[in-house]
Every structure is written in structure tokens, then in C-alpha cells.
Ligand binder design. Structure first.
Ligand SMILES: [Mg+2]
Length: 158
């Protein structure tokens, strides 16, 4: 496995599955022509490439401007929120057991994230660096000893 780094983690995941097929053929159909994407093995760079390929193949780059993408993130976020509209707090806690609703959440979450990734692609933002530096900022804004167990905004902390 270690001699395959140039293939990317999605390909390595496929390779793992193919190896597994040797002892259990039930996964054979899903493996033959499909690259497996999974949080455990797929890199952000691979997701960025997949999103960009989808856009390039359709010649949509002119539509994927930073402003259009920021608007699209907001629009898709509203679609995600709509799933929760009018639900009680208890109903939202039960969502993981509601397959139909969970599928809708999964789709809208993906829509939001695809536009986030496309915005990063169109602006050259490195997502990992951006998230990491933002969390570092939040660590200083929200010291554990002042916020543990409470949800005050940093401007209200003493
Ligand atoms: Mg949507």
C-alpha cells in the first residue's frame, strides 16, 4: 500500500476494497468502476479537484465567481434550514433515525460544501490553512477557563 501515494487516497480506498473482494465478492460490483470517497481517506485536495472537474466539464467557470458562490452558499444554507423549519427540539434530536430527512440534510449539506469548495478554488484559499488559523483565533477569543460550559459571545466575556 505504501508504494501507491501518487494515486491519491480515493484510489487507495478502492484498492483496499478490491483486496477485500478476494475474500468477500459481495463488494465486487461497487468497486469495479467506482472510486470510493470517504472522510477517512479522501483529502480536501481531491474534493477540490472533483468539484473543479465537474465545473470545467460543463464550462461553468464564468458563473462560479466569488460573489455568485458566496450567494449560493447562503441560498443552499437556507435550503438546509428549511428541513428544520417548525420542528421541535426533540424532533431535531431524533433526525439521525429519520432516513428520509437525513438524506435531505445530506444533500443540502453537500450543496453548501460544494459551493464552499468552489469558492476556495476560485479565490485560491487553502481550506485546511483557513480552518486551522480560524480555530487558533477562536482559541484566543474563547479561553477554556472562561467559556467552558457557557455560550457567551467573546465580547461579553470578562
Ligand atoms: Mg440544494
Amino acid at each position: 500500500m505504501t508504494n501507491l501515494p501518487v494515486l491519491g487516497s480515493a484510489f487507495v480506498a478502492t484498492f483496499h476494497r478490491e483486496m477485500y473482494n478476494d475474500v468477500n465478492s459481495c463488494f465486487e460490483k461497487t468497486v469495479m468502476n467506482k472510486i470510493v470517497f470517504t472522510d477517512q481517506l479522501t483529502t480536501i485536495s481531491e474534493l477540490k479537484r472533483k468539484v473543479q472537474e465537474f465545473i470545467d466539464e460543463r464550462d461553468w467557470t464564468n458563473y462560479h465567481t466569488p460573489r455568485n458562490l458566496a450567494e449560493s452558499i447562503s441560498i443552499e444554507s437556507a435550503e438546509l434550514l428549511e428541513i428544520f423549519q417548525w420542528l421541535t427540539e426533540q424532533e431535531t434530536k431524533n433526525l439521525p433515525g429519520d432516513k428520509a430527512k437525513l438524506d435531505r440534510i445530506k444533500e443540502e449539506l453537500a450543496d453548501v460544501m460544494v459551493y464552499c469548495i468552489s469558492l476556495a478554488n476560485s479565490t485560491g484559499i487553502d481550506i485546511s490553512e483557513a480552518i486551522s488559523s480560524k480555530i487558533e483565533k477562536n482559541v484566543s477569543k474563547y479561553p477554556i477557563e472562561k467559556v467552558k460550559g457557557n455560550y457567551k459571545k467573546y465580547t461579553d466575556l470578562k
